[in-house]
Design a protein around this ligand. Structure first.
Ligand SMILES: Nc1nc2c(ncn2[C@@H]2O[C@H](COP(=O)(O)OP(=O)(O)OP(=O)(O)O)[C@@H](O)[C@H]2O)c(=O)[nH]1
Length: 384
């Protein structure tokens, strides 16, 4: 393969990557690493461009290799800073710039003093290898912070590139024909490194979107204190529960639960303790109902449980008894035991209504009946 083809390939690939990184750096709340990598790859791109132009006029390649060296060194501090920002590491970034500055001075002075080419290349090859080795090591250390194999691949590509930089000057000295293959190998490794960095950024973006979606769903459908469903979510799930209750004689029971004597806990032990009690109540409701049942918090100390797919109305009594038992068992919070009670009103689908509002209204009225009868108990709605 000719130099032109190798460089055209490298140049084109880098340009595409530059566009990708620029595009991703414009995503809302993306990592700032993308912007730094866009700059680093543009230095790599410029270095390729210089070699590409030199390859078309090969009579005097020396100035081109000089400018190439200046550009290729500048790629590295941007590359490392991008990784440090991407992983949010506490690292003294100024050392990258100092090291790169020293390497640039080395290139300039060897050029001015007309030192042999291998003296110049040894200096900046060491810097490039060192920085790439550090990049590989850092990516490997933090490989589990991004799902998948992206940082493993970055570490592997950067380490291979470090070895490549260390060995390339010798390889080219002893076998000048290696120059073309070496460039091709280097380009492929750089390609692998930037693609894995790009994949790492995309993984992070995807994770952020998924987290944001889960949070939004949580805010919209869950009670923030207890984690139970809220009324809106319960309404949606109820329609689904009815769809399942299609077998003849199948019953759905709505339990309206209002805690008894909850206010004195707030008044005597404080709101924070009251919150803990509510959380325990929610956990007990959840753990003593089926996974297909619906538990929701609909008010301060008011809960609704919807028992789905019951075979007969009597089962509703058994459930109410079990729930009452749970709610009258003492609740330990911060070394104190709190005794609560619960008034539970029950309505049944389809006997007492076919819409959730109707069923809740009836269960609520049954619950008030329990309160009037002296609290702590349960009854099924009776139209009389
Ligand atoms: N800790 C805490 N308290 C709450 C929350 N929401 C409402 N409350 C309180 O819960 C109490 C509910 O009032 P009531 O139902 O009258 O209290 P109660 O003592 O259970 O009354 P009875 O039902 O008649 O037994 C009120 O004092 C509200 O301020 C909450 O999120 N956390």
């Amino acid at each position: 393969m000719s130099h032109e083809i190798v460089h055209t390939f490298g140049f084109t690939v880098y340009f595409v990557f530059l566009l990708f990184f620029l595009w991703i750096s414009r995503f809302a709340r993306t990592s700032s690493g993308a912007g730094w990598w866009a700059v680093s790859i543009s230095f790599a791109l410029c270095s390729r461009l210089v070699l590409f132009m030199a390859a078309s006029a090969p009579t005097n390649i020396q100035p081109a290799t000089f400018v190439y060296a200046l550009f290729i060194v500048m790629e590295k501090p941007f590359l490392l800073t991008g990784l440090v920002r991407f992983l949010n590491l506490q690292v003294q970034e100024r050392w990258f710039w100092i090291a790169a500055g020293l390497a640039e001075m080395w290139i300039l002075s060897t050029w001015t003093l007309e030192a042999p080419g291998y003296v110049r290349s040894t200096g900046y090859a060491l810097l490039n290898a060192g920085m790439l080795a550090y990049l590989g090591y850092t990516a490997f250390r933090h490989r589990h912070e991004v799902p998948g194999w992206t940082l493993h691949a970055t570490a592997a590509a950067a380490s291979a590139l470090a070895i490549h930089w260390l060995t390339a000057p010798y390889a080219m000295f002893y076998a000048p024909s290696w120059s073309r293959n070496g460039f091709l190998l280097g380009t492929l490794l750089v390609l692998m490194m930037y693609s894995s960095l790009l994949a790492a950024i995309l993984h992070r973006v995807q994770k952020r979107l998924m987290d944001a979606e889960a949070k939004a769903l949580g805010l919209a459908f869950l009670d923030p204190l207890t984690g139970l469903k809220n009324k809106r979510y319960m309404e949606q799930l109820f329609d689904h529960a009815l769809l399942l209750a299609t077998r003849p004689h199948q019953v759905v029971a709505v339990f309206y639960i209002d805690l008894d004597n909850f206010k004195p806990i707030n008044d005597s032990a404080g709101h924070a303790v009251g919150d803990q009690v509510l959380k325990t109540v929610a956990a007990r409701l959840q753990s003593h109902t089926r996974s297909t049942d619906i538990c929701a918090r609909v008010g301060g100390d008011e809960f609704i449980v919807i028992g789905t797919q019951l075979e007969q109305a009597e089962q509703a009594y058994e459930i109410a008894k079990k729930l009452l038992e749970q709610l009258t068992t003492q609740i330990p919070v911060s070394g104190n035991n709190f005794a609560l009670g619960a008034s539970i009103g029950i309505s049944l689908y389809p006997q007492h209504g076919t819409s959730l509002n109707e069923l809740i209204e009836r269960a609520d009225s049954a619950m008030y009946q329990v309160k009037r009868n002296g609290k702590s108990g349960f009854i099924i709605y009776d139209a009389r």
